[in-house]
Design a protein around this ligand. Structure first.
Ligand SMILES: C[S@@+](CC[C@H](N)C(=O)[O-])C[C@H]1O[C@@H](n2cnc3c(N)ncnc32)[C@H](O)[C@@H]1O
Length: 445
């Protein structure tokens, strides 16, 4: 097989729906590069998808070795029939079948498969069944996630974890939002009144801190933002008053930049579902990434995260009230190191992190959270400062969030009411060039 056949977007073979295909990409080169046994391509069948000489041609690679499944996606019934007729009865194409289309129209894409069923397999497992080697599988996954926010860029926690109260839901209850379940409300109600109040005040103070941070970053010229552990993005109707704590980040950002890039990330699929309308209908057109930041290396190396931000220019990263929900200190520290290394010089990291402040000992809440199956790990000032990796903290340094910006609406509250410390630091312009290796490295789960 020497003839090169350009792939056409939307009629991809083994690359999933809607993957943008570079013009120079050729289907057989792409598949050959990814296969653990590239010699299988030599036995491939080239299928013409139309009558005349200029008709598009597709490559069907037979099974063999680690390759236990294959498929081609074409446009419409007539092309599907051509593929079936061309492969029927040939060795290497067992259980040949038309798996149907993504819609009912006559020209909707249809997938012709052979070998084992990959329908329900995870992308990595699917690519393994197609006989791709490690790098090929990662390339496939990266491509797959580029444009589809529904596809997680890392494995997500066991869904059972979310059947009980969830952090995002509890936070939503505290902020008087509408995107929570009975389990979330029951958990908050089960807390002693003083503890529930302490959490509520801390949540409100932390949310309102976002405005000061975005204002500072925007004044510094930053116009792309990544919100890690973003929680539910509220619809505008739930926050008509701009001073409400539940005002969304997208509304705050768009006050400064009407064309900013904004990317939300969270590992809770429910958060994604609950936020979709608010995000999709917003003029800023924010992007969404479903991923677990404990797997920061994998998260940052994903095609989607590389694609939705411009990694040649500074990025403002919000890490607000997410790290206390991640247990082992080494996991948090490793994730933040990977993040800092990957960011372009001039980028900023803003952290809000729960801590014991005087008599307001947030660590007293770890036990009730633990009983609910949720990690809650306040850290001391030294532990929080270490997460900036030696980058110089902007004035006023590491302080309770409502004392960070004099314009914070609750700047008059006692410092310990925040139950948290906040800081912002820029990556030095002289820092080494960013690094995101696509290897599985020091991630901890
Ligand atoms: C308390 S909420 C904070 C929401 C938002 N950052 C804020 O300040 O308003 C914590 C969020 O972090 C998310 N989260 C916790 N652990 C995470 C992880 N390992 N990866 C991604 N998101 C995570 C939870 O699902 C939740 O939505």
């Amino acid at each position: 097989m020497t003839r090169l056949t350009p792939r056409v977007p939307g009629t991809d073979a083994e690359t999933g729906p809607g993957v943008p295909v570079p013009l120079e990409a050729h289907e057989d080169l792409v598949i050959r590069e990814r296969l653990a046994d590239p010699s299988l391509v030599d036995w491939a069948v080239e299928v013409a998808l139309g009558e005349d000489e200029s008709a598009e041609r597709r490559l069907a690679v037979p099974l063999g070795g680690d390759r236990v499944a294959g498929q081609i996606t074409v446009t419409g019934w007539s092309q599907a029939l051509r593929v079936l007729l061309a492969l029927d009865g040939r060795g290497g194409f067992p259980d040949l079948r038309d798996q149907g289309g993504r819609g009912d129209a006559i020209d909707d894409p249809r997938t012709i498969s052979w070998g084992l069923n990959t329908n329900l397999a995870e992308p990595d497992q699917r690519a393994r069944m197609w006989g791709y080697h490690d790098v090929g599988r990662r390339a496939y996954e990266a491509e797959l996630t580029l444009d589809d926010a529904r596809i997680p860029v890392t494995p997500l926690p066991d869904p059972d974890q979310f059947e009980r109260a969830r952090v995002a839901g509890i936070y939503d209850v505290l902020l008087d939002g509408m995107d929570n379940y009975l389990a979330d409300r029951r958990f908050v109600q089960s807390l002693p009144r003083a503890d529930a109040d302490a959490l509520t005040v801390a949540a409100i103070i932390s949310r309102l801190h976002m405005r000061g941070v975005i204002g500072r970053l925007a004044a510094h010229g930053i116009d792309q933002f990544l919100d890690l552990g973003c929680g539910v993005v509220p619809c505008p109707s739930t926050s008509p008053d701009q001073d409400e704590p539940y005002t969304s980040l997208q509304d705050i950002v768009s006050r400064h930049h009407s064309t900013a890039r904004l990317v939300y990330a969270d590992y809770d699929p429910y958060v994604f579902g609950a936020s979709r309308t608010a995000v999709e209908e917003h003029p800023l057109r924010p992007e969404w990434v479903q991923g677990d930041i404990r797997l920061m290396r994998q998260f940052l190396a994903s095609g989607r995260v590389r694609h939705v931000l411009d990694w040649r220019r500074p990025i403002g990263v919000l890490v607000h009230d997410v790290l206390p929900w991640i247990g082992p200190d080494e996991t948090v520290s490793a994730a933040m190191t990977v993040l800092r290394d990957a960011l372009p010089p001039g980028s900023a990291v803003s952290i809000v992190h729960a801590t014991d402040l005087g008599t307001n000992r947030m660590s007293r809440l770890s036990a009730p959270f633990r009983a609910e199956g949720i990690t809650f790990r306040p850290r001391d000032a030294a532990g929080i400062e270490a997460l900036f990796g030696g980058w110089c903290l902007e004035p006023p340094g590491l302080v309770p969030p409502h004392l960070w910006d004099p314009a914070h609406p609750h700047a008059n509250l006692a410092p310990n009411r925040a139950g948290a410390l906040a800081g912002l630091a820029y990556k030095p312009l002289t820092a080494a060039a960013p690094r995101v290796e696509e290897e599985k490295g020091t991630d901890h789960r």
